[in-house]
Design a protein around this ligand. Structure first.
Ligand code: PHE
Ligand code: CA
Ligand code: ZN
Ligand code: ZN
Ligand code: ZN
Length: 287
């Protein structure tokens, strides 16, 4: 499994920060910073050979966008999908929420291309719009997939907030989801063995995995925490601050590039790659 370059992930976050700064301080649905974020990610993927599609939807009288990127090849009937939301709240640039997950999967996708990975499964990545307004983009994507296409997606992994300043290392609990997958949970947990302790977390329906779970697709994910306060035991385990939120700048204007724990971002990004390389498999896909 390749090591994901923290410097490259940080460079993507710097670009998203610049986009927000140049567009009124946010990357929110219906605002110019959101479309600029889509254009930025799409250009990176197009340049290295991904097949990209921008899916439009309308919400609150504004046009929203999902970006879907397919890596050519692999078994078309066995799709492994990774995703996260690209939009921010209107009150800030959304660098941890969710520039972090967006940049982590972007750099993982670019690493797939750099290594010219020829996986057994077909790889697909999604950047969702209007998550902050109620998981709108991911629901639009799943609800508009024909049943045959839905059944080909065998796993969906979600990454929403993976660089929280007072970071926890949390894996979505299989038991906390309608289609929580023990296999996906355990693969994600295995990524951290010998590096840092993890905890299971019940994220419920609070992010874009929810639409996939409702459609019967096995899901998993990673999370470094939002508004909840870190306990003393967690602070001891992770070297954080007890009694302080995992992300004090959650949904605030201070969610900038300064609001990132780079150690957590690096470990989480490396774990995304571990899960992808482990789950995608190698060898010739069935013809
Ligand atoms: N979806 C939440 C947001 O974007 C963050 C979150 C992710 C909360 C995962 C809980 C679990 O604001
Ligand atoms: Ca790394
Ligand atoms: Zn989020
Ligand atoms: Zn949010
Ligand atoms: Zn590392």
């Amino acid at each position: 499994v390749p090591d994901i370059s923290l410097a490259n992930v940080q460079a993507h976050l710097n670009s998203l920060q610049t986009i927000a700064t140049n567009n009124g301080g946010n990357r929110a649905h219906g605002r110019p910073g959101y479309k600029a974020s889509i254009d930025f990610v799409k250009a990176k993927l197009d340049a290295v050979g991904f097949t990209t599609q921008v899916q439009q939807f309308t919400y609150n009288s504004a046009t929203g966008y999902n970006l879907i990127a397919d890596w050519p090849g692999g078994d078309p009937n066995d799709v492994l999908m990774l995703g996260g939301h690209l939009d921010s709240v209107s009150g800030g640039p959304g660098i941890n929420d969710n520039g972090s997950g967006s940049a982590g999967i972007l750099e993982t996708a670019l690493t797939v291309a750099r290594e010219n990975l020829q996986p057994r499964k077909h790889l697909r990545f999604g950047w969702w719009g209007a998550e902050e307004l109620g998981l709108i983009g991911s629901n639009h994507y799943v609800n508009n997939l024909p049943a045959t296409e839905k059944s080909k997606i065998k796993a969906y992994l979600n990454f929403d907030m993976i660089g929280s300043p007072n970071a926890g290392y949390m894996v979505y609990s299989a038991s906390g989801q309608p289609t929580g997958s023990l296999a996906l949970q355990q693969t994600l947990e295995a990524a951290f063995v010998g590096k840092v302790a993890t905890e299971l977390t019940s994220v419920g329906g609070r992010s874009d995995h929810a639409a996939f779970a409702r459609a019967g697709i096995p899901i998993g994910g990673l999370f470094t925490g939002a508004e909840v306060t870190m306990t003393a035991a967690q602070a001891q385990k992770w070297g954080g601050q007890a009694g302080v939120a995992f992300d004090r700048c959650y949904h605030r204007s201070c969610d900038t590039t300064s609001n990132i724990n780079t150690t957590a971002l690096d470990r989480m990004s490396d774990a995304i790659a571990y899960a992808l390389w482990t789950l995608a498999g190698t060898g010739t896909p069935p013809g």
